[in-house]
Design a protein around this ligand. Sequence first.
Ligand code: HEC
Length: 90
Amino acid sequence: MLRIACLVLVLALAPVAQAAEPTPVDFSRDVLPVLSDYCFQCHGPDANSRKAKLRLDDKASPFDRGVIVPGKPKESSLVERITSTDPNFV
Ligand code: HEC
């Protein structure tokens, strides 16, 4: 009898556990729109309006320039700038 009660409990909790699972971050859906809205003006595809050497629309650029260090957010200056509260340090 206890076994059946356990089984019922597990089945009842299963969908809850699944719902609590965080959705994985998707670059195109979650990250690109933010960069496009806030950063492409100066780091985007348009050479005329670009204000910096760094391009954020080109995947190789931030990695080549060491702006994003894969797996090491503390060493990535891009993360430092996004999380900074200093208005002069975008
Ligand atoms: C108003 C224009 C402007 C906007 C908007 C802007 N930046 Fe910049 N950014 C610059 C300039 C100018 C530089 C310095 C020039 C350089 O180093 O090539 C720079 C430099 C950087 C650097 C350092 C580049 C390097 O090679 O070390 C990073 C990282 C960066 N920006 C990230 C961002 C991110 C992320 C956003 C959006 C949240 C953003 N910027 C929005 C103008 C801008």
